[in-house]
Structures are given as structure tokens and as C-alpha cells.
Design a protein around this ligand. Structure first.
Ligand code: AMP
Length: 493
């Protein structure tokens, strides 16, 4: 059987060379299905999530189209902008909207990697950092702009961004935009785009609001849906530890040492909890940092980068902070708190065991989380193996084995959120790229879990078994690329 290659997708030579440089040998299913159509200018509705290779599925054909099509004339003379009467030397031709800063940075890195042999310029703009570095690059002129909605609207309002030359618009992770309360901002951006354009919409799930939006903004789109080849849970070794709240930190420290864990992603339910775990680990001389929405962008980038480079042994994260973050070779995921939404469990443990590699997911379950365990085991239709012989085990002993019969005594969805009073009572001053215009904030400011059960992220996908894992070219050496704003070392540079 012959395997499809990138060359069979009629990609141009500089892109094929860049893919070779990245170590990709075969297109993923979404790339196979999307690239030829997008390269010919079709609109696309892609039902896919991070981990499927969707970024390359849109970045490659966009780069190809922009390279092959002659650039538009410079902005009309005499039009006043923040750059003076003449405006920047080139007009922005492609816009990619991303819900989170981390995802935006990763998309920017993908454009840098795939476009390394082309003369197209891109930049990434997001909130939570000063705008000067970003506006300087915009003033020079860029072809491709990757942005989070809040900062984009800010800079549009100040006259730094002109969207009248946009030829391709990508709305990435549309359901997450909705979930995070950015959908009004997205609509405001869309209003400013030229009517004549190519539009690509990606979403992991299709809630009705997104379906409606897709009908409004897509014209005769091709539809691509990719489903995971095997559920993550089948490839990942799992273990459950029954331990009470007060002993969880001690058990974590014990396991990290006893199992000689070199790199672990630890999930907590709250930002405050993430800080406390990171502090306890640091005290125990385990290099750890917390990332969550209250940390500055620079602090988050630094922590993530330190983790990827192996300078940190443990990254403690809340679900939202960890969303979209792509960490290869992650061998251990630890659920310090058991999530109350079963899909979140699957999503979390899917961070490990990528590219067919081995992965171990360990979960701590305190007394009040035992009902979450029932929900999770019913969702994954398997019993999570119970660890034995570990210190700090709950004096209550293990609970009865779950009946896996679906729907049996299942709590209604609206009860799956934790009771309000259990959240930490103080206010956050997060520097999130925040929702505006009365758009709802994610419910429970300290609870970084999904806002609505129905929008809980579906299982995270890894690579196709047998496919190479993501390559990190020139690891440790920042890649110089015109258009990348100066910022601390980002992920996967
Ligand atoms: P994405 O779904 O776009 O976030 O991509 C997930 C990961 O897969 C990223 O680390 C990419 O670098 C990697 N990737 C994308 N396409 C391929 C491919 N064809 N072969 C191997 N790795 C890929």
C-alpha cells in the first residue's frame, strides 16, 4: 500500500523542504483532506482539535497561496493611519484568530517553521504583554497576522491594524472562543473583514452557536471531520490513588521520587491550588512552576519553555492554562485533583502517550471526588486500575467498584460543577485576553475548568500511531524570523 506524501498534495518545493526540515514524512488525515481544497481557495469547516495537525492543514495552503498570488497594491495613498499617510509597506493578507495566547504563539511558530524558505512575513499579537513590540512589527508591514481577539480589537481601535486587505481568514478553535466568552469580539472582527475572502473555521465540537456562525461566514465550504484513530485511554497506562486532600502533596512528592519521574504535568482544579502545589514541590527541592491565567504572559512562557527544555521537572497547570499547549515526550500526567467533568479527564491524560510513546496517568481521588471517579469510569467504560502499596492512602479504604452501566445513577450535567462555596473566595486579577461588551466571563473566576459541561473539551488526540512526533528544529536556538515579535523564549522554538 502506498502512503500519501506531501508532494502528492501539490505543495510547492520550499514548503516540502520545510516539512522535511520538520521531520514530517506523511500528511495527517486532516492535512490530506484539507490542503488541496484550501490551496484552491475553498472555504472549509474543519471539525478537529489540537493534536490532529490542523495548524499545518491551514498554514501550508495559506503560505502557498500567498506566495503564488501576486501581492495586492499597497494601501491607498492619503489614507490616514497610525503609520502616517502611506501606511506600512505591505498589507496584511491572512488573519488567524486564536482564543488563547499559547495557541496563538504556537500557530506563529508553525508559520515560521513551514514558511522558513519563503519571503512572507508574519507576526503574533496577544494581550497580557506590552503592545510596543507588536506595533513596531505591524508598522513594518506583515503578510500574515495571528491574533487573539481582545488585543486585535485594541490595536484595530488604535489604528495599528488594517484588515481591508485580508484574503484568507481562519477562525481557530471556534468552540473555545465561545466557551471563553470571545464570540462577540470575533463577530466584531469579522465585520471589518472584506466580504470577498476565503474563510476557514476549525472547531473541536459544533455547538449550535458555532454552527450558526459557520452558516453566516462560510460559502459552500468543504467539510472535514477527523476522528481519533484510537481513543487515548487505550494507549495510556492509568492508576488511581485514594488519598485525602491533606495528604495529596506528600503523595505527589513520594511518587515523583519513587517512580523517578523526569517530566510531569500536574493538573489542579484551581489557580490557587496550582500555586500551592508548585510551592510544596519547590520546598521539597523539586523544580516546579505553576501556570494559570493569573500569571503574566512572560511568566507563563518562561515556565513552559523551562519545562520543555527540561529545566523544570514539574509543570502545575489548570485546565484552561494547559489548553492548546503541545508538549511532546510527556511521560507522566498527574491529576492532583480529579476533574468533575469526565471528558476533561480524557483530555488531560491525552497529554501523555503521544506518538505511540508510553504514558502513565496517575490520578488522586479524595473522598468528595469519588463520585467523579464513577462518572469518569463510566465515560471511558473501563475501571481505572487501583494503585496498591502507596503511602498516605486514605483511611476510608477504596470505594466499591463502579458499575459501568451508562446512565446508571448518573448525576445530571448541571450538578457536575463543584459547589460555589468550595471555590477559593478571593478575586483574581488575571491578565487574560478578556471578554468585552458584557460577554460572560468564564463562570467561577477561580475555577479554571470548562464553563459548561456541554462544551467540555473532547478527548485530546495524539499523533497517528506510527507517525513521527513533532520535531523541534534547532532546539535551544531561537529561530530568527522576521516578523516574530521579540519575546521571551516561546515554546517549540
Ligand atoms: P496541531 O494539531 O496543529 O496542533 O499539531 C499537533 C502536532 O503535530 C504539532 O506538534 C505539529 O508539529 C505536529 N505535526 C503536524 N503535522 C504533522 C505531520 N504531518 N507529521 C508529524 N507531525 C506533525
Amino acid at each position: 500500500m502506498t502512503h500519501p506524501t506531501f508532494a502528492s498534495l501539490e505543495l510547492i518545493e520550499p514548503l516540502l523542504r520545510a516539512l522535511q526540515h520538520e521531520g514530517y514524512t506523511q500528511p495527517t488525515p486532516i492535512q490530506l483532506q484539507a490542503i488541496p481544497h484550501v490551496a484552491h481557495g475553498r472555504d472549509l469547516l474543519g471539525c478537529a482539535q489540537t493534536g490532529t495537525g490542523k495548524t499545518a492543514a491551514f498554514a501550508l495552503p495559506i503560505l502557498q497561496r500567498l506566495h503564488q498570488k501576486p501581492p495586492p497594491p499597497p494601501p491607498p495613498q492619503g489614507q490616514a493611519s497610525r503609520f502616517g499617510r502611506s501606511g506600512p509597506s505591505r498589507r496584511t493578507r491572512a488573519l488567524i484568530l486564536s482564543p488563547t495566547r499559547e495557541l496563538a504563539a504556537q500557530i506563529g511558530e508553525s508559520f515560521a517553521a513551514y514558511g522558513r524558505f519563503l519571503q512572507l512575513h508574519h507576526t503574533v499579537i496577544f494581550g497580557g504583554v506590552g503592545q510596543d513590540a507588536q506595533t513596531k512589527i505591524l508598522a513594518r508591514g506583515i503578510d500574515i497576522l495571528v491574533a487573539t481577539p481582545g488585543r486585535l480589537l485594541d490595536l484595530m481601535g488604535q489604528g495599528y491594524v488594517d484588515l481591508t486587505g485580508i484574503e484568507v481568514f481562519v477562525l481557530d478553535e471556534a468552540d473555545r472562543m465561545l466557551d471563553m466568552g470571545f464570540i462577540h469580539d470575533v463577530r466584531r472582527v469579522i465585520e471589518k473583514l472584506p466580504k470577498q475572502r476565503q474563510t476557514l473555521l476549525f472547531s473541536a465540537t459544533m455547538p449550535s452557536d458555532i454552527e450558526q456562525l459557520s452558516k453566516q461566514i462560510l460559502i459552500d465550504p468543504i467539510r472535514v471531520a477527523v476522528t481519533p484513530p484510537s481513543t487515548t485511554v487505550e494507549r495510556i497506562e492509568q492508576r488511581i490513588y485514594f488519598v485525602e486532600k491533606a495528604d495529596k502533596r506528600a503523595l505527589l512528592i513520594h511518587l515523583l521520587d519513587a517512580l523517578k519521574v523526569e517530566r510531569a504535568l500536574v493538573f489542579t482544579r484551581t489557580k490557587h491550588g496550582a500555586n500551592r502545589v508548585a510551592e510544596a514541590l519547590t520546598k521539597a527541592r523539586i523544580r516546579a512552576e505553576a501556570i494559570h491565567g493569573n500569571k503574566s504572559q512572560n511568566a507563563r512562557t518562561r515556565a513552559l519553555d523551562g519545562f520543555k527544555r527540561g529545566q523544570l521537572r514539574v509543570l502545575v497547570a489548570t485546565d484552561i492554562a494547559a489548553r492548546g499547549i503541545d508538549i511532546d515526550d510527556l511521560t507522566h500526567v498527574i491529576n492532583f485533583d480529579l476533574p468533575n467533568v469526565p471528558e476533561t479527564y480524557v483530555h488531560r491524560i491525552g497529554r501523555t502517550g503521544r506518538a505511540g510513546a508510553a504514558g502513565l496517568a496517575m490520578s488522586f481521588c479524595e473522598q468528595e471526588e469519588r463520585e467523579y471517579l464513577v462518572d469518569i469510569e463510566r465515560e471511558i467504560q473501563t475501571h481505572i486500575p487501583r494503585a496498591d502499596n502507596y503511602p498516605h492512602a486514605s483511611r476510608l479504604g477504596p470505594p466499591p467498584v463502579t458499575s459501568l452501566e451508562r446512565g446508571h445513577h448518573r448525576r445530571p450535567a448541571q450538578q457536575q460543577q463543584r459547589p460555589q462555596q468550595q471555590r477559593h473566595p478571593h478575586h483574581t486579577h488575571g491578565r487574560q485576553d478578556r471578554p468585552r461588551h458584557g460577554a460572560p466571563r468564564p463562570r467561577g473566576e477561580h475555577h479554571e475548568g470548562p464553563r459548561r459541561d456541554t462544551n467540555a473539551p473532547p478527548p485530546q488526540r495524539g499523533h497517528q500511531p506510527g507517525q513521527p512526533s513533532a520535531q523541534t528544529p534547532a532546539q535551544g536556538q531561537p529561530r530568527q524570523h522576521h516578523g516574530q515579535p521579540p519575546r521571551p523564549q516561546g515554546p517549540r522554538r
